[in-house]
Design a protein around this ligand. Sequence first.
Ligand SMILES: [Ca+2]
Ligand SMILES: [Ca+2]
Length: 97
Amino acid sequence: MVLPLLLLSAAAAPRAVPEPTPASISTAPAAAQLFERDWVLMNWALKFYDRDRDILLEPNEAQAAAAEFRKIADADGDGRVTPYEYRRAREFILARY
Ligand SMILES: [Ca+2]
Ligand SMILES: [Ca+2]
């Protein structure tokens, strides 16, 4: 279970494409990129949103996870996730899950 996750993260490590802003994660491709570029979020998303348990985050699973991440991250409830809120949420997830 752990090894494929590590391989996934290693493959996603080189950041060749421009990173989507956290505010743009409502679309499926951006949601997928959010998790592909961050192993903390990927492991969290797979733990709770990999519905078919194939250790892959399909677009619909990524979108559900991104929506939940936005809820966790958007501390002031303005509908946007700032870089600061993103970092706080990542630390929260890393510490708790
Ligand atoms: Ca899946
Ligand atoms: Ca906010």
